[in-house]
Write a protein that binds this ligand. Structure first.
Ligand code: ATP
Ligand code: MG
Length: 492
């Protein structure tokens, strides 16, 4: 055997599996086979491998333990975990622990197996990152810099091509549906339908016929036979949104399809088969729902073969700039937010997550006149501005702002004026020299600050209607823009 051929280690207690892989691969690679954890330890001592293919269940140890050993000893060695259906969850765990991939036994597609091994051995794993980025772009999913998010999307990409059900959990607006679509596009099913249904939004009777279809005359109003989404998306992906809202009887029906791949149309006796892949989503934690007896444990077990939990936006604020940029461009807006506005975005908690962010951005764009290029805090809703004041503004900061004549918002305004009052009265009371020129210059700035505060207050009252605000303040639109420091005003 040539010394230059890549070396592959195979550990499986089933002798036939080792033999099969040996015949399949030994014309291209140097193969070493072991049947237990002990064999694996010995082989790892003697040789350096490019790839290790490890069975999950071994007589003396688990594939996960071996995986950890391989990774520790040879961090560059690629790893594949082999699994039977009953151990799929462990295989998914292995991916989280750094395995490059997993394969199911019995092997379904030999071509796929050979391609996978070849790509790992040649180190073409980098093209994987490229396809991931392309798919993310195609599905409108911004990954960003956040570590948890990057791990999550890598995992989603790895399991997309497998025929396993996926459960996506995350607070409202975190992107569960976008992620489901990403998985569909990354799967072999991408040319097939991607259909969704919101389990909480449909009445019990309708839901059954939506899911499984009905026969003509099955119930009043069933004037013709209808296909349900399990049939239409039979080779595609079915997105069961808000699965936690499904009633207990519906959960029973879903469980039956998930266990057997079979269903019946309403009013029919024929059993039909479906091959659909389920991606379920929930904004409530389903394990808690199981504890509270609101959700069936056996159904959860079927659904969460792979569980992906999307972090809330407040835990990935480093991604705000890239998300904002993306969402602005999505609206075809060439606008940008001012630094002060960005500070407000960062200070806010975003209970509605990316959906809320999107709404705030759409609102700001809608409020901006054609000649606005920078979106200041005036374009942001009150709740954003309040959050910052509630948490970060102290009286000390307010007075500091007053003396430095920096920007300020209405809730500080009284504090700001009091501070000025105090300062001028104390200057008035002093017997020492004062620099009147400087003081007068600052009073000029005070004039602009007061103008701006009134404009901002009025804009809040008119919910951002600038024309109405200008009218009520008896000033021109030009003056309004000048006071907001958007046009023609020298930078302080
Ligand atoms: N990672 C992301 N990149 C870009 N846009 C995103 C991302 N995640 C979510 N969005 C956008 O945020 C909005 C909400 O996303 P989505 O509907 O997927 O959330 P959800 O978790 O399903 O919310 P809900 O629980 O309210 O149904 C959509 O407009 C979506 O395009
Ligand atoms: Mg949703």
């Amino acid at each position: 055997m040539s010394k230059d051929r890549p070396k592959i280690l195979i550990i499986d207690d089933e002798v036939e599996v080792g033999n099969f892989l040996f015949h399949l691969l030994s014309n291209k690679y140097d193969i070493k086979i072991g049947y237990s954890g002990k064999d694996c330890d010995q082989l790892l001592e003697t040789e350096l491998f490019h790839l290790a293919i490890l069975d999950v269940k071994l007589p003396d140890t688990s594939g996960l333990t071996l995986l950890a050993k391989v990774k520790e000893k040879y961090p560059l060695c690629k790893t594949i975990v082999m699994t039977g259906y009953s151990t799929i969850k462990t295989a998914v765990e292995a991916i989280k622990l750094g395995a490059n991939d997993y394969i199911e036994k019995p092997f379904e597609s030999i071509d796929h197996l050979e391609d996978l091994i070849a790509s790992l051995v040649d180190g073409t794993g980098t093209t994987d990152q490229n396809t991931l980025a392309k798919l993310a772009e195609e599905s409108g999913f911004i990954v960003g810099e956040n570590h948890v998010m990057q791990q999550l999307i890598t995992m989603a990409h790895k399991i997309a091509k497998k025929n396993v059900n996926v459960l996506i959990e995350g607070e409202t607006g975190t992107g569960k549906e976008v992620l489901a679509h990403f998985i569909h596009l990354a799967s072999h099913r991408r040319e097939q339908p991607f259909l969704g249904i919101n389990c909480g939004a449909i009445s019990e009777d309708l839901l059954e016929s939506e899911l499984f279809g009905h026969m003509k005359g099955a119930f009043t109003g069933a004037i013709k036979e209808k296909k349900g989404i399990f049939e239409i998306a039979s080779n595609g992906t079915l997105f069961l949104d808000e699965i936690g809202e499904a009633s207990l009887p519906t959960q029973v029906k879903l469980l039956r399809v998930l266990e057997t791949g079979e269903f019946m149309k309403v009013g029919d006796e024929r059993i039909r088969k479906t091959n659909t892949r389920i991606i379920a989503a929930s904004h409530v934690n389903l394990s808690e729902a199981v504890n509270e007896k609101r959700f069936r444990e056996d159904l959860l077990y079927r659904l969460d073969v792979v569980k992906l939990t999307i972090p809330p936006l407040r835990q990935r604020k480093e991604d705000l700039p890239i998300l904002i940029d993306f969402l602005l461009k999505k609206q075809r807006a060439t606008l940008r937010f001012s630094d002060e506005a960005m500070a407000e975005f960062l200070a806010y908690d975003w209970p509605g997550n990316i959906r809320e962010l999107n709404n705030v951005i759409k609102r700001a764009i809608a409020l901006a006149d054609d000649d606005v290029t920078v979106l200041t805090t005036n374009f942001l809703p009150e709740k954003l501005l309040q959050s910052k004041h509630q948490y970060t503004t102290t009286t000390k900061q307010a007075s500091h702002q007053a003396l430095n004549q920096t920007n300020h918002q209405a809730p500080h305004f009284e504090e700001f004026l009091h501070e000025w009052n105090r300062e001028i009265l104390s200057l008035w009371a002093t017997d020492t020299e004062i620099d009147l020129e400087t003081l007068l210059l600052r009073v000029k700035n005070l004039e602009t600050e007061i103008g701006k505060a009134f404009v901002q207050k009025m804009l809040r009252e008119t919910i951002g209607d600038r024309k109405e605000a200008a009218k009520r303040l008896h000033i021109s639109m030009r003056k309004l823009r000048y006071l907001l420091n958007e046009k023609g005003c020298p930078k302080r």
